[in-house]
Design a protein. Structure first.
Length: 27
């Protein structure tokens, strides 16, 4: 598994969270 920097991990987490929120709103 590739190592991620803290910044990259935070950005990925934000993107995932935004997609989850959008899914909830659209649903």
């Amino acid at each position: 598994m590739a190592k991620l920097t803290k910044a990259a991990f935070v950005e990925a987490l934000k993107e995932m969270t935004l997609l989850e929120i959008k899914d909830l709103v659209d649903g």
